[in-house]
Design a protein around this ligand. Sequence first.
Ligand code: ADP
Length: 370
Amino acid sequence: MSLQTEEIYRTLLLYSADAVIVTNPAGIITTTNPSFAKLVGSPMEELIGSSLDSIVVADWQEAEESENGKQQSDQDENEEEESALKTVTVLTRSGTEFVMPAAHFPVYHDTKKAELAGYLTIIYVIQANSLQQAQTEFVSTVSHELRTPLTSIKGFADTILRAGERLDSSQQRRYVGIIKDQADRLTRLVEDLLAVSRLESKKLQLTIRAIDIREAIERVQQNLSDKAKKHTVIIQVPPGLTPVWADADRLEQILTNLVDNAIKYSPADTTVTISAKGIQGTPELVEFSVADQGVGIPEEHLPQVFSKFGRLDNPLVRQTEGTGLGLYITRSLVLALGGQITVESVPGGTTFTVRLPAATPEQQAARGRG
Ligand code: ADP
């Protein structure tokens, strides 16, 4: 190694925020960096010569097996790196344990990989910290969102129990009505949270087939007809539009969330327009949009609407029930279906536009039209 390269590696090790550990084939630490020392709470000199297994608990077996496998097969580079990523437990000097993402690579003496020199382990401290922070924020927001309806349920139930006889029947009905509404809100919240967890754990099962978008839009309009009594809903779909290549339930969920919002965030006696068209190109796409004549979203808040619990403050938001998870779920579903979602808004109207892959003629022929 040239002097300059050596200097680069030394500086990288010294200043890397991630913990780096090199061991000999027997797992004894030969080199490490200040980040690892800080993480464990022991000086570097003390760590060198210790067994890595006594500080970092990991099941490297699987990663090593896939390492060996990869020498025989010709997987691409990215796959190799991904297969080495593991979750490890770091035992610190103070007794605290940290669960963190890490990678483990064999290091060889020569390029032919004939003689093992040891192992290089990287513990991704920054990634672990931001994950931890995101989780803490999520738990605190969820707790807050759950507490609001629970406080109200408990308060009104207490009142009915205490004041019981003294309340007239219309008051009793009103309080029970509030309890029911708040219980509904809790149910919606829990359902949305489950949907988020399914999406984030990538356990979403998709059944992709060719779907007639007009039929999907009409079904959603029908399902929401009770909520849309005070609005005019117009559907504009050209005849013979190419079907979309999507999962029918998820497509309906996307449409439902967008149309439901359009109704919620626009005043009575306005129009909601659901339109669709084909976009020529390779690949061919189908675009549909939901446009309302509502309160609009200020430009600076547009990016926020797709984030978890992203509810904006405006008079209609205060009047309507929502979890702030709808558009986050919607965008995750659109991405899972290989599409894109965009939003444009001015005071007096918001349009959400979704582009999804169109079914190719072969896909339409193979699966039939949904
Ligand atoms: P919510 O459960 O609050 O409706 P969403 O994730 O569906 O959650 O929407 C997030 C926020 O985006 C809403 O609280 C609202 O402020 C804003 N929003 C969504 N759709 C519209 C719309 N069509 N017009 C105006 N504001 C909207």
